[in-house]
Design a protein around this ligand. Structure first.
Ligand SMILES: Nc1ncnc2c1ncn2[C@@H]1O[C@H](COP(=O)(O)OP(=O)(O)OP(=O)(O)O)[C@@H](O)[C@H]1O
Ligand SMILES: [Mg+2]
Length: 358
Protein backbone atom coordinates (compact mmCIF):
# COMPACT_ATOMS: atom_id res chain seq x y z
CA UNK A 1 0.00 0.00 0.00
CA UNK A 2 1.18 3.47 -0.78
CA UNK A 3 2.16 5.34 2.34
CA UNK A 4 0.68 8.50 0.88
CA UNK A 5 -2.72 6.76 1.04
CA UNK A 6 -2.04 5.08 4.35
CA UNK A 7 -1.05 8.35 6.00
CA UNK A 8 -3.42 10.66 4.22
CA UNK A 9 -4.73 13.06 6.87
CA UNK A 10 -8.30 12.46 7.99
CA UNK A 11 -8.84 15.75 9.80
CA UNK A 12 -7.67 19.35 9.58
CA UNK A 13 -5.46 18.76 12.60
CA UNK A 14 -3.62 15.97 10.80
CA UNK A 15 -2.81 18.21 7.84
CA UNK A 16 0.75 19.45 8.18
CA UNK A 17 1.57 23.13 7.64
CA UNK A 18 -0.55 26.00 6.29
CA UNK A 19 -1.88 26.81 9.75
CA UNK A 20 -3.42 30.18 8.87
CA UNK A 21 -4.94 28.80 5.72
CA UNK A 22 -6.51 25.90 7.59
CA UNK A 23 -8.09 28.31 10.09
CA UNK A 24 -9.70 30.29 7.27
CA UNK A 25 -10.97 27.11 5.63
CA UNK A 26 -12.44 25.85 8.89
CA UNK A 27 -14.28 29.13 9.32
CA UNK A 28 -15.62 28.85 5.79
CA UNK A 29 -17.02 25.40 6.59
CA UNK A 30 -18.51 26.59 9.88
CA UNK A 31 -20.28 29.46 8.19
CA UNK A 32 -21.83 27.22 5.59
CA UNK A 33 -22.99 24.90 8.33
CA UNK A 34 -24.56 27.83 10.15
CA UNK A 35 -26.57 28.64 7.05
CA UNK A 36 -24.39 31.50 5.81
CA UNK A 37 -23.49 30.95 2.15
CA UNK A 38 -19.86 31.67 1.34
CA UNK A 39 -18.08 32.36 -1.93
CA UNK A 40 -16.37 29.36 -3.51
CA UNK A 41 -13.03 28.42 -2.05
CA UNK A 42 -10.08 28.34 -4.40
CA UNK A 43 -7.03 26.58 -3.02
CA UNK A 44 -3.98 27.44 -5.06
CA UNK A 45 -0.58 26.03 -4.35
CA UNK A 46 2.27 23.71 -5.25
CA UNK A 47 1.93 19.95 -5.72
CA UNK A 48 1.86 17.65 -2.74
CA UNK A 49 0.89 20.21 -0.13
CA UNK A 50 -2.52 18.77 0.73
CA UNK A 51 -5.04 20.58 -1.45
CA UNK A 52 -6.95 17.50 -2.56
CA UNK A 53 -6.64 16.07 0.92
CA UNK A 54 -8.19 19.19 2.44
CA UNK A 55 -11.04 19.15 -0.09
CA UNK A 56 -11.92 15.64 1.06
CA UNK A 57 -11.75 16.64 4.69
CA UNK A 58 -14.17 19.46 3.88
CA UNK A 59 -16.39 16.94 2.06
CA UNK A 60 -16.72 14.93 5.27
CA UNK A 61 -18.39 17.97 6.82
CA UNK A 62 -21.19 18.05 4.26
CA UNK A 63 -23.92 15.52 3.77
CA UNK A 64 -23.04 14.90 0.15
CA UNK A 65 -20.44 15.86 -2.35
CA UNK A 66 -19.69 15.51 -6.02
CA UNK A 67 -16.28 15.68 -7.55
CA UNK A 68 -15.33 16.86 -10.99
CA UNK A 69 -12.06 17.22 -12.72
CA UNK A 70 -12.49 20.45 -14.59
CA UNK A 71 -9.92 19.49 -17.21
CA UNK A 72 -11.89 16.38 -18.14
CA UNK A 73 -15.09 18.26 -18.68
CA UNK A 74 -14.13 20.85 -21.14
CA UNK A 75 -17.27 21.58 -22.95
CA UNK A 76 -19.83 24.08 -21.88
CA UNK A 77 -22.68 21.59 -22.09
CA UNK A 78 -21.00 18.97 -20.02
CA UNK A 79 -20.12 21.41 -17.28
CA UNK A 80 -23.61 22.81 -17.25
CA UNK A 81 -25.41 19.50 -17.09
CA UNK A 82 -23.04 17.96 -14.62
CA UNK A 83 -22.79 20.75 -12.13
CA UNK A 84 -25.18 23.40 -13.38
CA UNK A 85 -28.18 21.76 -11.77
CA UNK A 86 -26.63 20.80 -8.51
CA UNK A 87 -25.03 24.19 -8.22
CA UNK A 88 -28.25 26.12 -7.92
CA UNK A 89 -30.73 23.65 -6.52
CA UNK A 90 -30.74 22.59 -2.93
CA UNK A 91 -30.28 18.94 -2.35
CA UNK A 92 -33.39 16.88 -1.69
CA UNK A 93 -32.87 16.74 2.01
CA UNK A 94 -33.94 20.12 3.29
CA UNK A 95 -31.03 22.34 4.05
CA UNK A 96 -28.37 19.76 3.50
CA UNK A 97 -25.71 21.11 1.24
CA UNK A 98 -24.03 19.31 -1.56
CA UNK A 99 -20.37 20.20 -1.80
CA UNK A 100 -18.95 20.54 -5.28
CA UNK A 101 -15.26 19.76 -5.64
CA UNK A 102 -13.42 20.78 -8.76
CA UNK A 103 -9.76 19.89 -9.02
CA UNK A 104 -7.27 21.38 -11.48
CA UNK A 105 -9.38 24.34 -12.51
CA UNK A 106 -6.27 25.88 -14.07
CA UNK A 107 -6.25 22.89 -16.41
CA UNK A 108 -9.38 23.99 -18.22
CA UNK A 109 -8.65 24.73 -21.81
CA UNK A 110 -9.66 28.34 -21.62
CA UNK A 111 -8.11 29.62 -24.80
CA UNK A 112 -9.09 26.81 -27.13
CA UNK A 113 -12.39 26.20 -25.47
CA UNK A 114 -13.72 29.34 -23.90
CA UNK A 115 -16.90 27.50 -23.00
CA UNK A 116 -15.19 25.61 -20.22
CA UNK A 117 -14.05 28.61 -18.24
CA UNK A 118 -17.14 30.60 -19.09
CA UNK A 119 -19.46 27.91 -17.81
CA UNK A 120 -17.38 27.52 -14.71
CA UNK A 121 -17.50 31.23 -14.00
CA UNK A 122 -21.25 31.28 -14.44
CA UNK A 123 -21.66 28.41 -12.02
CA UNK A 124 -19.38 30.04 -9.52
CA UNK A 125 -21.43 33.21 -9.61
CA UNK A 126 -24.81 31.53 -9.42
CA UNK A 127 -24.14 28.58 -7.21
CA UNK A 128 -26.09 28.28 -4.01
CA UNK A 129 -24.02 25.30 -3.06
CA UNK A 130 -20.58 25.23 -1.49
CA UNK A 131 -17.78 24.88 -4.00
CA UNK A 132 -14.14 24.02 -3.44
CA UNK A 133 -11.71 24.37 -6.31
CA UNK A 134 -8.04 23.54 -6.53
CA UNK A 135 -5.28 24.79 -8.80
CA UNK A 136 -1.49 24.83 -8.97
CA UNK A 137 -0.63 27.85 -11.03
CA UNK A 138 -1.36 31.08 -9.21
CA UNK A 139 -0.73 33.14 -12.32
CA UNK A 140 -2.67 31.03 -14.80
CA UNK A 141 -4.81 33.32 -16.94
CA UNK A 142 -7.54 30.72 -16.70
CA UNK A 143 -7.96 31.73 -13.09
CA UNK A 144 -8.31 35.48 -13.58
CA UNK A 145 -12.10 35.61 -13.43
CA UNK A 146 -12.45 32.69 -11.09
CA UNK A 147 -10.17 34.41 -8.60
CA UNK A 148 -12.39 37.50 -8.58
CA UNK A 149 -15.42 35.47 -7.60
CA UNK A 150 -13.80 33.15 -5.13
CA UNK A 151 -12.15 33.23 -1.77
CA UNK A 152 -8.57 32.59 -2.74
CA UNK A 153 -6.41 30.61 -0.35
CA UNK A 154 -2.77 30.55 -1.30
CA UNK A 155 -1.25 27.34 0.02
CA UNK A 156 2.42 27.37 0.90
CA UNK A 157 4.99 24.69 0.39
CA UNK A 158 5.45 22.60 3.52
CA UNK A 159 8.49 23.69 5.46
CA UNK A 160 11.20 21.09 5.73
CA UNK A 161 11.17 20.82 9.56
CA UNK A 162 7.44 20.04 9.37
CA UNK A 163 8.07 17.47 6.67
CA UNK A 164 10.80 15.97 8.79
CA UNK A 165 8.55 15.79 11.83
CA UNK A 166 5.74 14.15 9.87
CA UNK A 167 8.04 11.52 8.41
CA UNK A 168 9.57 10.79 11.81
CA UNK A 169 6.62 11.02 14.20
CA UNK A 170 3.85 9.75 12.00
CA UNK A 171 5.20 7.57 9.22
CA UNK A 172 8.37 5.98 10.62
CA UNK A 173 7.05 5.70 14.16
CA UNK A 174 3.98 3.84 12.98
CA UNK A 175 6.04 1.62 10.69
CA UNK A 176 8.45 0.91 13.53
CA UNK A 177 11.46 1.92 11.47
CA UNK A 178 14.48 3.84 12.69
CA UNK A 179 16.65 5.85 10.36
CA UNK A 180 19.64 8.17 10.42
CA UNK A 181 18.21 11.52 11.45
CA UNK A 182 20.61 13.61 9.37
CA UNK A 183 19.74 11.74 6.19
CA UNK A 184 16.06 12.08 7.02
CA UNK A 185 16.51 15.83 7.36
CA UNK A 186 18.31 15.89 4.04
CA UNK A 187 15.46 14.03 2.42
CA UNK A 188 12.96 16.47 3.93
CA UNK A 189 14.87 19.44 2.59
CA UNK A 190 15.31 17.93 -0.81
CA UNK A 191 11.63 17.40 -1.39
CA UNK A 192 11.32 21.19 -1.66
CA UNK A 193 8.04 21.59 0.15
CA UNK A 194 6.30 18.65 -1.50
CA UNK A 195 5.16 16.32 1.25
CA UNK A 196 3.87 13.70 -1.16
CA UNK A 197 7.25 13.38 -2.82
CA UNK A 198 8.95 13.16 0.59
CA UNK A 199 6.68 10.31 1.71
CA UNK A 200 7.10 8.51 -1.60
CA UNK A 201 10.88 8.80 -1.53
CA UNK A 202 11.02 7.54 2.03
CA UNK A 203 8.83 4.57 1.24
CA UNK A 204 10.87 3.70 -1.83
CA UNK A 205 14.07 3.72 0.23
CA UNK A 206 13.20 2.10 3.55
CA UNK A 207 10.28 -0.22 2.96
CA UNK A 208 11.21 -3.91 3.14
CA UNK A 209 14.28 -3.40 5.27
CA UNK A 210 16.05 -0.86 3.10
CA UNK A 211 18.45 1.46 4.85
CA UNK A 212 18.24 5.22 4.55
CA UNK A 213 21.78 6.14 3.60
CA UNK A 214 23.09 9.28 2.01
CA UNK A 215 24.16 7.32 -1.09
CA UNK A 216 20.74 5.75 -1.48
CA UNK A 217 19.13 9.15 -1.18
CA UNK A 218 21.50 10.69 -3.70
CA UNK A 219 20.79 7.90 -6.13
CA UNK A 220 17.09 8.67 -6.22
CA UNK A 221 16.63 11.03 -9.06
CA UNK A 222 15.94 14.66 -8.47
CA UNK A 223 12.32 15.51 -7.96
CA UNK A 224 11.10 15.35 -11.51
CA UNK A 225 8.80 18.34 -11.67
CA UNK A 226 11.34 20.78 -10.38
CA UNK A 227 13.28 22.18 -13.27
CA UNK A 228 16.79 23.20 -12.51
CA UNK A 229 17.94 26.61 -13.59
CA UNK A 230 19.76 25.05 -16.56
CA UNK A 231 16.62 23.28 -17.73
CA UNK A 232 14.70 26.52 -17.57
CA UNK A 233 17.29 28.54 -19.45
CA UNK A 234 17.46 25.83 -22.11
CA UNK A 235 13.70 25.80 -22.38
CA UNK A 236 13.51 29.57 -22.80
CA UNK A 237 16.24 29.66 -25.44
CA UNK A 238 15.33 26.47 -27.29
CA UNK A 239 11.55 26.43 -27.22
CA UNK A 240 9.02 28.61 -28.96
CA UNK A 241 6.07 27.14 -27.12
CA UNK A 242 4.80 29.72 -24.60
CA UNK A 243 3.05 27.10 -22.46
CA UNK A 244 6.24 25.07 -22.08
CA UNK A 245 8.29 28.14 -21.30
CA UNK A 246 5.82 29.41 -18.71
CA UNK A 247 5.54 26.02 -17.14
CA UNK A 248 9.28 25.65 -16.79
CA UNK A 249 9.60 29.06 -15.16
CA UNK A 250 6.73 28.33 -12.82
CA UNK A 251 8.22 25.05 -11.70
CA UNK A 252 11.60 26.55 -11.12
CA UNK A 253 12.22 27.22 -7.47
CA UNK A 254 15.19 29.48 -7.97
CA UNK A 255 15.15 33.19 -7.37
CA UNK A 256 13.57 34.57 -10.57
CA UNK A 257 16.08 37.40 -10.77
CA UNK A 258 18.84 34.82 -10.77
CA UNK A 259 17.10 32.99 -13.61
CA UNK A 260 16.97 36.32 -15.44
CA UNK A 261 20.74 36.78 -15.02
CA UNK A 262 21.29 33.31 -16.45
CA UNK A 263 19.07 34.00 -19.42
CA UNK A 264 20.92 37.25 -20.09
CA UNK A 265 24.26 35.50 -19.99
CA UNK A 266 23.20 32.80 -22.40
CA UNK A 267 21.20 34.73 -25.00
CA UNK A 268 24.19 35.46 -27.29
CA UNK A 269 25.47 31.92 -26.94
CA UNK A 270 22.29 30.56 -28.47
CA UNK A 271 20.85 33.27 -30.70
CA UNK A 272 22.85 34.14 -33.80
CA UNK A 273 21.12 36.94 -35.62
CA UNK A 274 21.73 40.42 -34.30
CA UNK A 275 18.06 41.26 -34.42
CA UNK A 276 17.18 38.26 -32.30
CA UNK A 277 19.86 39.07 -29.77
CA UNK A 278 18.74 42.68 -29.61
CA UNK A 279 15.09 41.78 -29.19
CA UNK A 280 15.87 39.16 -26.58
CA UNK A 281 17.87 41.67 -24.56
CA UNK A 282 15.06 44.17 -24.81
CA UNK A 283 12.73 41.59 -23.38
CA UNK A 284 15.12 40.70 -20.62
CA UNK A 285 15.61 44.31 -19.66
CA UNK A 286 11.83 44.73 -19.48
CA UNK A 287 11.84 41.89 -17.02
CA UNK A 288 14.47 43.67 -14.98
CA UNK A 289 12.33 46.79 -15.06
CA UNK A 290 9.36 44.93 -13.66
CA UNK A 291 11.44 43.37 -10.93
CA UNK A 292 12.44 46.93 -10.07
CA UNK A 293 8.82 48.06 -10.10
CA UNK A 294 7.88 45.20 -7.84
CA UNK A 295 10.50 46.40 -5.44
CA UNK A 296 9.52 50.05 -5.48
CA UNK A 297 5.75 49.62 -5.51
CA UNK A 298 5.55 46.44 -3.45
CA UNK A 299 2.88 45.38 -5.90
CA UNK A 300 3.61 41.73 -6.50
CA UNK A 301 1.38 41.57 -9.60
CA UNK A 302 4.35 42.98 -11.55
CA UNK A 303 6.19 39.79 -10.86
CA UNK A 304 4.18 37.99 -13.51
CA UNK A 305 5.13 40.54 -16.18
CA UNK A 306 8.79 40.13 -15.35
CA UNK A 307 8.43 36.40 -15.73
CA UNK A 308 6.60 36.72 -19.04
CA UNK A 309 9.18 39.10 -20.51
CA UNK A 310 12.20 37.04 -19.61
CA UNK A 311 10.44 33.79 -20.53
CA UNK A 312 7.96 34.03 -23.38
CA UNK A 313 9.45 37.36 -24.50
CA UNK A 314 12.97 36.03 -24.87
CA UNK A 315 11.84 32.69 -26.30
CA UNK A 316 9.79 34.29 -29.07
CA UNK A 317 12.55 36.74 -29.97
CA UNK A 318 14.06 34.07 -32.22
CA UNK A 319 12.65 33.33 -35.63
CA UNK A 320 13.34 29.62 -35.51
CA UNK A 321 14.77 27.18 -33.08
CA UNK A 322 18.48 26.58 -33.50
CA UNK A 323 19.50 23.01 -34.09
CA UNK A 324 22.71 23.09 -32.20
CA UNK A 325 24.00 22.27 -28.79
CA UNK A 326 24.98 25.21 -26.64
CA UNK A 327 26.14 24.66 -23.12
CA UNK A 328 24.32 26.81 -20.60
CA UNK A 329 26.84 28.62 -18.49
CA UNK A 330 26.46 30.64 -15.33
CA UNK A 331 26.97 34.40 -15.34
CA UNK A 332 30.63 34.88 -14.56
CA UNK A 333 31.31 38.57 -14.48
CA UNK A 334 30.39 38.95 -10.88
CA UNK A 335 29.83 36.92 -7.79
CA UNK A 336 26.22 36.12 -8.37
CA UNK A 337 25.03 35.01 -5.04
CA UNK A 338 26.40 38.13 -3.45
CA UNK A 339 24.67 40.26 -6.02
CA UNK A 340 21.34 38.61 -5.70
CA UNK A 341 21.27 38.41 -1.94
CA UNK A 342 19.34 41.66 -1.71
CA UNK A 343 16.92 40.55 -4.38
CA UNK A 344 16.38 37.24 -2.69
CA UNK A 345 15.62 39.01 0.56
CA UNK A 346 13.17 41.18 -1.36
CA UNK A 347 11.50 38.14 -2.83
CA UNK A 348 11.00 36.64 0.60
CA UNK A 349 9.63 39.90 1.89
CA UNK A 350 7.16 40.16 -0.98
CA UNK A 351 6.14 36.56 -0.52
CA UNK A 352 5.31 37.17 3.10
CA UNK A 353 3.39 40.33 2.20
CA UNK A 354 1.41 38.35 -0.34
CA UNK A 355 0.65 35.80 2.30
CA UNK A 356 -0.72 38.46 4.64
CA UNK A 357 -3.00 39.81 1.95
CA UNK A 358 -4.43 36.46 0.99
N1 LIG B 1 -0.12 18.97 4.35
C1 LIG B 1 -0.06 17.62 4.37
N2 LIG B 1 -0.10 16.94 5.54
C2 LIG B 1 -0.01 15.60 5.55
N3 LIG B 1 0.12 14.84 4.43
C3 LIG B 1 0.16 15.46 3.25
C4 LIG B 1 0.08 16.89 3.15
N4 LIG B 1 0.17 17.23 1.86
C5 LIG B 1 0.30 16.10 1.18
N5 LIG B 1 0.30 15.03 1.98
C6 LIG B 1 0.49 13.63 1.56
O1 LIG B 1 0.62 13.63 0.15
C7 LIG B 1 -0.48 13.01 -0.48
C8 LIG B 1 -0.92 13.85 -1.64
O2 LIG B 1 -1.48 15.06 -1.20
P1 LIG B 1 -2.60 15.84 -2.02
O3 LIG B 1 -3.16 14.98 -3.06
O4 LIG B 1 -3.55 16.43 -1.06
O5 LIG B 1 -1.70 16.98 -2.66
P2 LIG B 1 -2.16 18.17 -3.63
O6 LIG B 1 -1.78 19.44 -2.96
O7 LIG B 1 -3.58 18.00 -4.00
O8 LIG B 1 -1.20 17.95 -4.87
P3 LIG B 1 -1.47 18.21 -6.45
O9 LIG B 1 -1.27 19.68 -6.66
O10 LIG B 1 -0.43 17.40 -7.13
O11 LIG B 1 -2.87 17.76 -6.74
C9 LIG B 1 -1.54 12.84 0.62
O12 LIG B 1 -2.25 11.65 0.44
C10 LIG B 1 -0.71 12.78 1.88
O13 LIG B 1 -0.27 11.46 2.09
MG1 LIG C 1 -4.50 17.54 -5.81
Amino acid sequence: MLWTDKYRPKSFDDVVGNVKQKAIIKKWVEKWKNGEPQPPLLLIGPAGTGKTTIAHIIADEFSEYIELNASDKRSHDLLMTTIGESANTYSLFGNNRKLIIMDEVDGIHGTNDRGGTKALNKIIKESKQPIVMMANDFYSNKLTTIKKNAQVIKMDKIKSPSINKFLRDVVLKNEGIEVDKDVLMKLSKRSSGDLRSAVNTLQALVENGGELTEEALDSTSQKDNTSTIFDTVTRVLKSKNPEHVKCSLFENNEDPTLVMEYIAENIPREYESNREVQKAYEMNSQADLYFGRTRSSQYYGYWKYASDFMGVGVSTAKRDTYRKYSKVISPMAFSLMGRTRGKRALRDEIASKMEEKM
